[in-house]
Design a binder for this molecule. Sequence first.
Ligand code: SPV
Ligand code: MN
Length: 624
Amino acid sequence: MDRVQNILKDRLDADGFGRLTAIDCAAMHAFVADAIELCNPDSVFVCTDKPGDHKKIREMAKNGGGEHSLAMEGHTYHFDGQQDQGRDKEVTRYLLPKGVDLGESLNSMDKTEGIEEIRGLLKDSMVGNQMLICFWCLGPVGSDFSISCIQITDSPYVAHSEALLYRPGYEQFKKVRTNGEFFKFLHTQGELDETGCSKNVPLKRIYIDLEDNAVYSTNTQYAGNTVGLKKLALRLAIQKASNEGWLAEHMFVMGVHGPKGRVTYFNGAFPSACGKTSTAMIPGQTIIGDDIAYLRKTNGKVYTANVEQGIFGIIQDVNPKDDPVIYEAITKPGEVIFGNVLITDGKPYWMGMGSEIPEKGVNFSGEWYKGKTDADGKEVPPSHKNARYTVRISALANRDPLADDPAGVPLGGIVYGGRDSDTLVPVEQAFNWTEGIITKGAALESETTAATLGKEGVRTFNIMSNQDFVSIPLGQYIQNNLDFVKGVANPPAIFSVNYFLRDANKKFLHEILDKTVWILWAELRTNGDVEAIETPTGYIPLYKDIARLFKQNLKKDFTEQDYIQAFTIRIPNLLAKFDRVEKIYRAKVPDTPQIVYDTFDAIRNRLKDAQAKHGDNISPLTLQ
Ligand code: SPV
Ligand code: MN
């Protein structure tokens, strides 16, 4: 027997050994054997797709594994450390072999150094603990979209989160020969403090080895850093997609319901905390996924599939009025993990939940009471801004019947959105795919939020909302998007949306559910049902269509004045935006395709012509 088999035989019990070796994959066995030798756990549990195994993980999580029970059946909560409340970009790095360069906009380091450092941190990290080995599938099982994954972790909370968020992958791994092509994730929480949180914050590391399709993370528990199949896998998938001619995107997948029972499927890309999940759950529409989508072509048509089967969503402002579907799902009995909310008397509370929050309880900062301040004298909120819930999509009343279809769903349109107080109109259709990719996706900016660590409210460039996850040179990534529709007879329509316009007093122009109208208009346009007004940057709605949609769907009057205020073409702001974005490409993205600059030039010329004719801020009625 070879060395790998010897290690496995030695360190696994008979049952675990049988489960692992039932998968005929030498590369996977080698990865596991190496992880065992390196991390040195006391015991190893190999999890299959059996419900009994998932139950065991759930029990482990509740019994000292990072979760605690709540009063409602199936509900648990989890706290991350105070400095572990979001994805940590600073310490997330691509490990690159000598001679490989992804450009300065992607955080990377020398692979040899990185591997040495991370292996040093992982060494003996599981002594005294159990190692969990889990298999999950990205994309619907048994489909062209499927990617087999193995997750090794010492955190039952991470394994449990994955059981909610991903499709089971053990049987798939057994059936489909991977030829060594699978994604691997190794995570350890590191030493924990008395509250059960990773305590060696300065040693938090998330290192991504693109050559080996492997990600290592340690001294962190926040799901965005630890749940391998989420954003860590997205980075690996972007590279794989680039090599194979498909797209891996930070996008929801939803069914938008048009007239006469028509359903048109949309992808939507928004940076974190900009209304992405909430769009995918607009009442009356159907959800397939809220975070990550793969896009592939079959017979000249684009299909898209949800990579996940659950939601790790921001809980702030989820209330019965603005997000009725998700509110219902997370307040009824069933498996839900609440992260970083306030707990009082066995119940979870969060800001913006639409009901009274108690004045004391326990939260991510420990014992909490109203008025509590942190070391800097800043008031500690009852729930963290990036507090989250984890739930299966099958718990939602509006799950689309095709959510797990191995074929995916035909893609009608894409929306790109960001947090923008003063530039883009609420909805606009690009003239065509190329302009859409360049002027909507590749020019996407957003004012920063709490989903990543760092300052909030700063306008940042975020290409296709995928900036944090792109693992190939950015110019190449744009080119892949442009080329993707080669051979596609009817490329999906592309739109920008903006839910965050404010008036002169900084008050939001629109209510949260107003987005229903922008999305339904996009559905009508995709199907050629309504006329539009041509502006220098794309097509915008006619007043009558928007007013009708407001009336029919939200029972609201949307006046012509409301329309003019929202859909005014703000030329100086638009010119400034394209200048700002171009500057970033020129400074940071040496492989930017020339067509990006040409398109920015063309759009600026159109904006300037319109400005010469009509002035700085042009009412949509002027262009009608
Ligand atoms: C996001 O921040 O975009 C998320 C959550 O979807 S995380 O897992 O942190 O990426
Ligand atoms: Mn996301």
